[in-house]
Design a protein around this ligand. Structure first.
Ligand code: FRU
Length: 467
């Protein structure tokens, strides 16, 4: 039996390859109005295979143009995850009359080593003949280099995932590197190995500069799932120090479908894109000719909340025409929270739904076949996303398992709540408490959801795309 679906689940405004497999976003860079997105890519089949990088560009982070393979496996191995920078001043000497774009990636062969490639025109990428630039034979896991300009030491820094910690290396020319520090072996609260780290400064509400270290954690499958956690602290130019520890791991997203997220280099806003997928069931998802999509890009900021400083995500979405649905309260002896007070029709496959409420509620997105995606805020102040009956789920026992089907996050705010849900064919992205609580969840309804029902007291808005 084919495990694939009957519907075309291709989202309208989330990047997916025309054909083949993608996982992690790589080489995110912005330059002159163009957002560059590369990704882990297997062009021949919609399953993970010998890794390439594909390349796509966009002027608005919503409409993506796919340019095919940017980097292909070579004698050093397949091309694992990494990053890109614009080498201002041509410190590498690899530009020809222009500042080159430098891609730094992991050559995954017998060992994991770091390599670079360069480009004058941002469309053709040439591996450097002296690769690897950071050799390694000792460590099993040593990958996913994320390069940043280091203004403290006036050089480049790269953060590399190295098993139970991350390493920092510095360079003047992106070619010769020296190790400057390590972080994470003690501070990691989740276990597993580090993958796809990122490091950047943000301005806190009090005006101070806080460094954020993002780390995707590969946890024991199948029941750990993979998670992206973040640390808040300082970067002294050589290493990262966690100065604002938290009792529990801080998660970037409560859903399982946002992994390996990293941010764009060279942009004036801190924009993150993640792989909207979980390793545990990725290859079985029912999307036919392609496998894997990216999240909406999200602008990151720091927000002071009831539970301290938190990273907040604000998605870049199409413009929606949000309209309030008049409340309908049928007479009933039941308490109001058990009464469907408001029901609205949903535009097909692409919409924004907002709920404003003062108390617990459930928002149900449903179709005529009885498939339903439930998003609630419980009396315990938890945001709960429940896809148990949301659509096709028999393609993977893990997708269908309780752990992966119902995901929760504790609110960071109190009182009045605003929940924004953005939907694009197979992906729901939910945000509340200024984006400090978010949940990204894939669903595969066999027919488009046609109805939004708000169970409980509150206001319901529905928006289709603006004409
Ligand atoms: C994360 C990851 C990276 C690696 C890549 C391989 O999802 O495991 O650590 O570079 O995927 O495709």
């Amino acid at each position: 039996m084919s495990t694939k679906g009957n519907r075309d689940y291709r989202p309208a405004f989330h990047y997916a390859p025309p054909f083949g497999w993608i996982n992690d976003p790589n080489g995110l860079t912005y330059e002159n109005g163009v957002w560059h997105l590369f990704a882990q890519y297997y062009p021949d089949e919609p399953v993970w295979g010998p890794m390439h990088w594909c390349h796509a560009t966009s002027s608005d982070l919503l409409n993506w143009q796919h340019h095919g393979v940017a980097l292909a496996p070579d004698q050093l191995g397949t091309i694992f995850s990494g990053s890109a920078v614009i080498d201002k001043g041509n410190t590498s000497g690899l530009g020809h009359g222009v500042d080159p774009m430098i891609l730094m990636y992991t050559s995954h062969g017998e060992h994991e080593q770091q390599s670079i490639a360069f480009s004058d025109d941002r469309m053709h990428f040439t591996p450097y003949e002296g690769n690897p630039v950071i050799a390694n034979t000792a460590q099993k896991d040593f990958r996913d280099p994320k390069v940043l300009r280091n203004d403290k030491l006036n050089c480049w820094t790269v953060v590399i995932a190295a098993g139970d910690h991350v390493e920092f290396h510095a360079s003047d020319d992106l070619i010769h590197w020296r190790k400057t520090g390590e972080f994470g072996a003690k501070e990691n609260k989740l276990g597993g190995v580090f993958e796809c780290p990122d490091l950047f400064p943000l301005t806190a509400p009090d005006g101070s500069t806080i460094w954020v270290l993002i780390a995707s954690m590969a946890l024991e499958e199948p029941f750990g799932g993979h998670r992206t956690q973040y640390f808040l602290g300082e970067f002294d130019g050589e290493t990262f120090h966690e100065t604002i520890p938290a009792q529990h791991a801080r998660l970037l997203d409560a859903g399982y479908d946002n992994y390996a997220g990293v941010t764009f280099d060279n942009a004036d806003r801190r924009m993150l894109i993640g792989w909207a997928m979980a390793w545990a069931y990725a290859r079985h998802t029912p999307t036919n000719e392609f496998c894997g999509i990216m999240t909406y890009a999200r602008e990151l900021s720091l927000v002071e909340t009831e539970t301290g400083l938190q990273l907040a995500s604000k998605p870049v979405t199409p413009e929606f025409d949000l309209r309030e649905i008049p409340a309908q309260t049928p007479p009933s002896p039941l308490p109001r929270r058990y009464v469907a007070s408001t029901v609205g029709e949903l535009p097909e496959d692409l919409f924004h739904v907002r709920v404003e409420a003062d108390e617990a509620f459930t928002l149900a997105l449903s179709n005529e076949d009885g498939e339903v995606l439930n998003v609630s805020v419980s009396t315990e102040q938890k945001l709960v996303v429940d896809r148990v009956r949301a659509g096709k789920n028999d393609f993977s026992p893990i997708f269908d398992s309780g752990l992966f089907s119902v995901t929760t996050a504790q609110r960071t705010g109190r009182g009045k709540m605003t929940v924004d849900l953005y939907f694009d064919r197979m992906i729901a992205e939910v945000f509340m408490d200024d984006g400090t609580v978010c949940n990204t969840t894939l669903v595969f309804p066999e027919k488009p959801y046609s109805k939004a029902t708000l169970w409980g007291k509150g206001k319901l808005w529905i928006g289709g795309m603006k004409e």
